[in-house]
Design a protein around this ligand. Structure first.
Ligand SMILES: Nc1ncnc2c1ncn2[C@@H]1O[C@H](COP(=O)(O)OP(=O)(O)OP(=O)(O)O)[C@@H](O)[C@H]1O
Ligand SMILES: O=C(O)c1ccc[n+]([C@@H]2O[C@H](COP(=O)([O-])O)[C@@H](O)[C@H]2O)c1
Length: 190
């Protein structure tokens, strides 16, 4: 199978992530998308980073009704911070029967040349990129290993959702109902 790996902090998962994952699984040649929850992005020092077990639970709740999407906690058992190349190698070793592509939002492309072994990532799996309104300029638009997937722009972020919660505003429709229910019940991000 050809599978898209969608890495993220998912702090928390929101409808933007779900639209991206579902678009990749239905409007491209990818047959499934696996959401890889990263314990620690090497570039992010976030005080409001929820424990990875809780972020993973929220992801599982969010995708429970979509058989094309799966969640994986593989990075929980790997060294921190979470370097994507190391995880890609581990996943390919574990699932030699599948081919993989790396999915990311366009905002990640500007910093991508600073990722560990980014050339190797391009060679190894290639990228499927979802456009993002806040994306800074980058030089990957016509790179042969990078596929820009045309799709509606989504001006929504986990930062906005955390701020809304802190300010006592509703996050209804920004996250699935089951995710909102758990965030409210467990008082996450307050
Ligand atoms: N609205 C969006 N449009 C395009 N890509 C997105 C969007 N939201 C998230 N992504 C992509 O999803 C992946 C995981 O992102 P992440 O979990 O950091 O979400 P985020 O909303 O950007 O979070 P934060 O606001 O905390 O930085 C990244 O590749 C990111 O580029
Ligand atoms: O491997 C790297 O050098 C690297 C540098 C920056 C980010 N990443 C990964 O990119 C993914 C997206 O991060 P985030 O926090 O924007 O969701 C997440 O899995 C990070 O571990 C990976």
């Amino acid at each position: 199978m050809k599978i898209g790996l969608f890495f993220g902090s998912f702090n928390p998962i929101h409808v933007g992530h779900l639209i991206i994952a579902n678009t990749m699984a239905t409007a491209t040649d990818l047959e499934q998308v696996w959401l890889v929850v990263s314990p620690q992005n090497p570039f992010k020092k976030n005080k409001s980073l929820l424990h990875e077990f809780d972020r993973f639970d929220l992801v599982e709740r969010a995708i429970a009704d979509n058989s094309l999407l799966k969640a994986t906690d593989l990075e929980f058992h790997m060294p921190r911070p979470s370097y994507t190349i190391d995880t890609l190698i581990r996943i390919q070793e574990k699932f030699p029967q599948h081919t993989f592509r790396l999915i990311m939002g366009e905002d990640n492309l500007a910093q991508f040349p600073n990722w560990k072994n980014h050339d190797k990532i391009l060679e190894y799996v290639g990228l499927y990129v979802y456009p993002r309104p806040s994306a800074a300029a980058h030089a990957f638009g016509s790179h042969p290993a990078v596929r820009m997937v045309p799709a509606p722009l989504l001006d929504i972020s986990a930062t906005y959702i955390r701020e809304a919660i802190r300010a006592g505003r509703s996050i209804r429709y920004l996250v699935p109902d089951a995710v909102e229910e758990m965030i409210v019940r467990k008082k996450f991000y307050i």
